[in-house]
Design a protein. Structure first.
Length: 107
């Protein structure tokens, strides 16, 4: 089963070097267990733009989809045997990055 763990952050909460050490440890644990597929951080939301080319509309908003204090600042894609393992890893991810996370299964 594959899951997305999204890191929920605020603009006033930059990552620390200590948090990066813990994130690297968490990534290494995922790799060692064969559960790691992908992980990456994202630029701040103001760097995003919504594109809509349905029916050839060729529209770009020049801004992110949502204008909220919280945003997605990074993600993990994991491959695990069951939903409970994914949940356990999401709790570990939240602790490692010192932020809230959202866990969602892939279809």
């Amino acid at each position: 089963m594959k899951f997305l763990i999204s890191v929920i952050d605020t603009l006033d909460n930059p990552g620390t070097s200590e948090e990066m050490v813990e994130i690297d440890k968490f990534n290494d644990q995922l790799r060692a267990a064969g559960q790691f597929i992908f992980a990456w951080g994202l630029h701040a939301p103001e760097s995003a733009t919504v594109i809509d080319n349905r029916d050839g509309a060729n529209l770009s908003t020049g801004k992110p989809l949502f204008d909220y204090p919280e945003n997605v600042s990074g993600l993990w894609v994991i491959d695990v045997s069951d939903a409970q393992t994914a949940r356990t890893l999401a709790f570990a991810a939240s602790k490692a990055c010192n932020r809230k996370v959202e866990l969602r299964p892939f279809h």
